[in-house]
Ligand binder design. Structure first.
Ligand code: ZN
Length: 245
């Protein structure tokens, strides 16, 4: 006879196999309804869930906040089971659907406070001063020298005071496992394209690239006195990732 305090149907955790199966069903149900879900797929099976330095830095940033520590591990398992069936990054917020034991995925919403205009200016000018190749940047390769711009106080990564979140599940915890899963899933999306960081913090990527480019050209012209035209042209070629001769 089932005991009320041990009611498996209500309180037990779904197994990995069950999560995978339900996630698959939700994806095909969404497809039938003409909805385009963008599931998050973890590339690693164990250890770090992200592969780029910026993705790993995002995860360490989450993990250093003790308030969240207890739920984060479970969230990591959820991402690896393919439970984050949809994730959309917008200016200042992330909307996601996370599969749980229930048939319909839960809706998770994460809001991240906006950066002030001064902070945005500061980030853009500091990034552009350290970027050697625009081609690399545009192709999504961020130089690791930019790391402190992401991680320091007032940088691109939010601290807990700047994050608020909600989930449609009945969990009473401050951060439920679905929200934790989405936090890691954001890191995986950032792995694929670091410019999502900029989108999320409300920084216009085109503006960022054009300001970074202007600063770089200006820097070169300032140094032009001691260089021949050919060397400047070579520098510009390298900057744009093209040969000018
Ligand atoms: Zn939840």
């Amino acid at each position: 006879m089932a005991k009320y305090w041990n009611d498996e149907t209500v309180y037990s955790q779904p197994s990995v196999a069950e999560l995978k199966r339900r996630a698959k069903e939700s994806l095909s149900a969404a497809k039938k309804r003409g909805r385009k879900y963008e599931p998050v797929v973890a590339k690693t099976k164990r250890g770090d869930i992200c592969t780029s330095w910026w993705g790993k830095a995002w995860c360490s940033n989450l993990e250093r906040y003790a308030d969240y520590a207890s739920r984060l591990d479970r969230g990591k398992g959820y991402v690896r089971s393919g439970a984050v069936v949809d994730l959309q990054i917008h200016d200042g917020h992330v909307s996601a659907k996370v599969q749980g034991r229930r048939k319909t995925p839960y809706n998770v919403e994460i809001r991240i406070g906006r950066l002030s205009e001064d902070t945005v200016q500061n980030i853009i000018s500091r990034c552009s001063a350290r970027i050697d190749s625009m081609e690399k940047l545009v192709s999504g390769e961020f130089p690791e020298e930019l790391k402190d711009i992401f991680t320091e106080e007032g940088g691109l990564f939010p601290n807990p005071r700047q994050i608020s979140f909600g989930c449609s599940c009945p969990d009473w915890a401050v951060m439920c496992k679905h929200v934790a899963a989405v936090m890691y899933a954001i890191g995986i999306r950032f792995d694929e394209n670091p410019f999502y960081f900029f989108n999320l913090r409300g920084i216009d990527v085109d503006r960022f690239i054009s300001v970074a480019l202007e600063n770089k050209v200006e820097q070169m012209l300032q140094n032009a006195d001691c260089k021949s035209d050919r060397i400047i042209a070579e520098d510009l070629g390298e900057l744009f990732g093209v040969g000018l001769f």
